[in-house]
Write a protein that binds this ligand. Structure first.
Ligand code: ADP
Ligand code: MG
Length: 255
């Protein structure tokens, strides 16, 4: 790998469900410490593309991923790849917060313990570090052994982010992580996303909220009808869209 190799890149990634193409030949690259927003009308293939980045689509019966997914310059869209290991390094946060039915502490510590981390001091340190990184520590430090289900929706989503960060991923995929949340909870998650990027994590986020894309992302990719239509620095893409279809989308003529 050379210094110009992107952390993560796709080359002609095509995804189909039961033989029906949902995403056509998409090539994009993602850098360390950057946030990329995936935007476009509903059903255009954003989630499909996002889920292909850590091969999550493979769990869907009938789904086929073609093309290359280069992680650290190496194609992981191959039969032999260890998806368990890959998803540790390329974590994912979903639209609906999905904490485990366990304590706040165990939500963070569960997977690292299964991966071999032991010792109370180590686990306590990881729990604190992860909750701090997700801006949740101050709110939960006195009730770590309470159920995660007692938290608010926004707190549960930050817990899910903390749980992902506990694996020390270098990519975090987020599929509309704020769409079930109120504006204050949304703001707090956006801050966390920027912090993650500052610490070198590569974030790829699907959002239907254009203001959110403008606030959090460095680069944006616009999808339409199963195709990636335009990709570029976010301010440019929003102020000077090159493709008429993106212009129409941004000015609300469809979508
Ligand atoms: P978006 O996230 O942009 O709303 P999706 O990636 O969810 O779009 O969907 C793209 C296309 O793939 C749609 O036509 C959708 O119906 C289809 N699709 C998505 N998930 C599945 C699935 N699990 N099984 C079959 N078709 C799917
Ligand atoms: Mg989606």
């Amino acid at each position: 790998m050379t210094s110009t190799t992107p952390l993560l890149a796709t080359e002609d990634v095509t995804v189909s469900y039961s033989g029906k193409e949902a995403l056509h030949a998409t090539s994009l690259s993602f850098e360390r410490g950057s946030v990329t927003a995936l935007i476009g009308p509903s059903g255009c293939g954003k989630s499909t593309f996002l889920r292909s980045l850590n091969l999550m689509n493979r769990e869907i019966p009938g789904c086929r991923i073609g093309g290359s997914i280069l992680y650290h310059g190496k194609d992981v869209n191959t039969r032999g790849v260890d998806t368990y290991q890959l998803r540790k390094q390329i974590g994912m946060v979903f639209q609906q917060p999905n904490p485990f039915r366990k304590s706040i502490r165990e939500n963070i510590a569960f997977a690292p313990k299964r991966h071999g981390l032991s010792g109370k001091a180590n686990l306590d340190a990881l729990v604190e570090e992860s909750l701090r990184a997700a801006a949740l520590w101050d709110e939960v430090k006195d009730k770590l052994d309470q159920s995660a289900y007692a938290l608010s929706g926004g707190q549960q989503q930050r817990l899910c982010i903390a749980r992902t960060l506990a694996m020390h991923p270098d990519v975090v995929l987020m599929d509309e992580p704020c769409s079930a949340l109120d504006p204050i909870a949304t703001y707090s998650i956006e801050e966390t996303i920027r912090d993650m990027a500052k610490r070198g994590i590569c974030v790829v986020i699907v959002t239907h909220n254009m203001e959110q894309a403008a606030r959090v992302s460095d680069r944006t990719a616009f999808f339409l009808l199963g195709e990636m239509v335009e990709f570029g620095p976010t301010p440019e893409l929003f102020s000077r869209p090159k493709d008429k279809r993106l212009d129409d989308y941004l000015t609300g003529r469809f979508g």
